[in-house]
Design a protein around this ligand. Structure first.
Ligand code: SIN
Length: 293
């Protein structure tokens, strides 16, 4: 058991959120004080980075369960040894078949926003990271709509307070947005399971009470009561506001990184600037949250 007194939390010095945690071996069992300390750091910093970890997919699942119940959004690329872990990867097997989901998350999003109870946390573990020489590729970008909310004018906060945003799982698939990239159309089962979902446009964090702008580029179709073309300028304005440098952080991966993203507080987006033979593989787990309020 690793003693909680070994835990060190260091704020990122190049972002307004996020912290590096050292002194936790994620592959080992953690005791209650250590879990509480990591949870506290997650609440305070929104994004947690733990470097130099050596994990199997089952290890990541076991660690993830300290923070709630696993709630997957898809199963096609579940890890063979740990079905609760999802594989994100551009690697193909000997038959040319993808071994994981390639090109996940190319637009700004929060995970699982199309669920009635969207994912509270997403955990990533870096297994393979592509490079161009010494430069890592395939960064994940993060933005804090929580810090961005604090930067809104009082008039805008009041305007947004009563609004509900409508999130659609079909929006990421629109041909116009995907360009040349292809995503399989949604199955009838997926469509039935994930109808368009209304959530408050400003949500309150269940642990910290902080408010956050809860609309995103990828899934938010409109505002309840507005036609999509009427809502689009406001949605675009909010997205642009969240992406200002003071609310933004770009994570350069190292193999062995565990990153925990608080989905009630942050948005994220993948950077698709690599291709085979540059190989990228992350394991991902997602944890159930509550109904946004
Ligand atoms: C995701 O949005 O789940 C993927 C992020 C990444 O691969 O960088």
């Amino acid at each position: 058991m690793v003693d909680v007194s070994n835990l060190r939390v260091k704020r990122l010095n190049n972002a307004s959120f996020g912290a590096l945690i050292s002194g936790v071996d994620v592959a080992r069992e953690l005791d209650a004080p250590m879990i509480k300390a990591v949870q506290g750091a997650m609440d305070e910093h929104q994004l947690i980075i733990m470097r130099g970890q050596k994990l199997t997919a089952p290890d990541l699942v076991r660690f993830s369960k300290y923070f709630g119940t696993i709630q997957q959004s898809a199963h096609k690329y579940s890890h063979k040894d740990a079905p609760d872990a999802y594989v994100l990867s551009n690697i193909v097997d000997v038959n040319g078949q993808n071994i994981g989901l390639a090109e996940a998350g190319p637009f700004w999003h929060t995970d699982g926003v199309y669920f009635e109870t969207p994912h509270a946390y997403t955990l990533f573990y870096a297994v393979e990271i592509p490079h161009d020489g010494d430069t890592p590729l395939g960064d994940t970008q993060f933005a804090s709509p929580t810090n961005a909310y604090d930067g809104l004018s009082e008039a805008m906060k009041q305007r947004l307070a009563p609004l509900k945003a409508i999130h659609s799982m079909t929006r990421p698939r629109s041909a116009e947005r995907l360009g040349t990239r292809k995503r399989a159309p949604l199955t009838a089962e997926q469509l039935a399971k994930h109808p368009d979902r209304a959530h408050p446009a400003i949500r309150t964090h269940p642990n910290t009470g902080r408010k956050s702008i809860y609309v995103n580029e990828n899934y938010t179709e409109t505002i309840a009561g507005m036609a999509p073309e009427e809502a689009r300028p406001l949605l675009d304005q909010l997205q642009a506001h969240c992406l200002q440098p003071q609310y933004y952080y770009r994570h350069k991966w190292q193999v062995g990184d565990v990153v925990i993203c608080d989905n009630c507080a942050l948005q994220h987006k993948a950077t698709l600037d690599y291709k085979l033979p540059q190989r990228r593989m992350l394991y991902r787990t997602t944890i159930a949250g509550g109904v946004p309020f």
